[in-house]
Design a protein around this ligand. Sequence first.
Ligand code: PMP
Ligand code: GLN
Length: 378
Amino acid sequence: MNASKLPHAVPSIFAQMSQLAAQHGALNLSQGFPSFNAATELKNLAANAIMEDHNQYAPMMGIPSLRIAISRMIQEEHGAMYHPDQEICITNGATQAIFTALQATIFKGDEVIIFTPAYDCYEPAITLAGGVPVPIPMSLPDFKIDWDLVKKAITSRTKMIVINSPHNPSGTLLTDEDMVQLESIVTHHNLYVLSDEVYEHMVFDDHQHNSACRYLGLKERSFITGSFGKTFHVTGWKLGYCLAPASMMHEFVKVHQQVVFCVTRPLQHATAQYLQTPSHYRDLRQFYQRKRDLFLQLIENSNFAFKPTQSSYFQLLDYSAISDDGNIAFAKALTINHKIASIPISVFMQGKDPKMLRFCFAKTDEELVAAAKILNEL
Ligand code: PMP
Ligand code: GLN
């Protein structure tokens, strides 16, 4: 048997915690997925697409109407132009877009900067591409990036910087100042950017999502990834997209062709039609802000400490007033003994164990009430 390419890989914490929740009959606020149904209109569009026999292979980069709809959405949201024929590719979720972008650009020994806590697919995808992940810890408890640390971490082998805003698990957003700093660093060192923006439409209060496509110096060197699973409450559809300038997309598509060739066609038709109504994604803000506010109002007198999350459908809760246990032990105990599952964020940040758990509030109001009842008793 050859050596493992991913010797340290274990089943993801999302799978582990969801399984533990099922095993112990716990409320599952761990893995990020909505517990409520997708819109009937969207489901009808998908059913119709299948019945209308849109069931054969899609064009490699995705059906034109979906790429045109994405191009328009990005133009309207951010004022940035991506050509539907050359600069947009439909992928099997953002996960495949991330993997493909790394395979297309990273050569053996290339260094890729990531910020920890980092979403769990970045590091293995960099490693499989032959690259070397260079983790830079975000400052705690505010989850900010220290750009001086980034400058110091850059070597002659640095090839790319991966950012994730809105950020999983903290829900923080990169500010305009952050993006300008990043732009100056990557243009000076001629680096690629992979900007994972899957929670692009879930931004609360008066916060703004500063997409990489809003900054010229970033747009011309960024792969930007999005996910309809998040936006339309259909994580099981695994439908996402990648935006990149034509020359970068050219290389991306060479890999995409070999990894999946193309992705599910009927769901592309449904999504393209559903995107024709901008309120379907624009209203997501209000929808999730109401859920966040409900959840936080219900636990305001609990022993957990928190700052309302700025974006995403995740809320971090600090349990230092409740227990001295480490993150993983506390998350497991909550699941087994108190029947509520969350994500211990220490798994995304080697060597650190902040007393914070991530709770997903993409749940029915009844589940949020039930979750709060448990949390208030701790
Ligand atoms: N990036 C982040 C930050 C995520 O949270 C997720 C999924 N939850 C993904 C990428 C993957 O998205 P998809 O399900 O579309 O593959
Ligand atoms: N992205 C989801 C989360 O952060 C999980 C997706 C997965 O299970 N791979 O919870």
